[in-house]
Design a protein around this ligand. Structure first.
Ligand code: SF4
Ligand code: SF4
Length: 79
């Protein structure tokens, strides 16, 4: 069986920094982000990541108005 291809990227979201504006959700072409059901301490529905499929494109990071709410990690190409 062929080995699964490694993920190109992934994101982490700080629930308490997120203001639930949804801009990252709209920006993600593969639709991997959504607003969660739970409220954070400030009363916002923080964004959540599906957990797989991120390309590391960085669009969600670029549109996010909250510093530190979302981070994108991109896998470096093997030499
Ligand atoms: S980096 Fe790109 S593919 Fe990954 S979650 Fe953000 S918008 Fe979606
Ligand atoms: S763009 Fe930033 S503040 Fe808005 S929902 Fe996404 S992570 Fe939260």
């Amino acid at each position: 069986m062929a080995a699964e291809k490694p993920e190109r990227g992934y994101v982490t979201i700080d629930d308490e920094e997120c203001k639930g504006c949804g801009l990252c959700v709209e920006s993600c072409v593969p639709k991997l982000l959504r607003l969660g059901d739970a409220l954070n301490r400030s009363g916002y529905h923080a964004a959540t990541y599906a957990g797989r499929g991120c390309t590391g494109c960085g669009l969600c990071f670029l549109v996010c108005p909250e510093p530190g709410a979302i981070r994108v990690y991109k896998r470096l190409q093997a030499a």
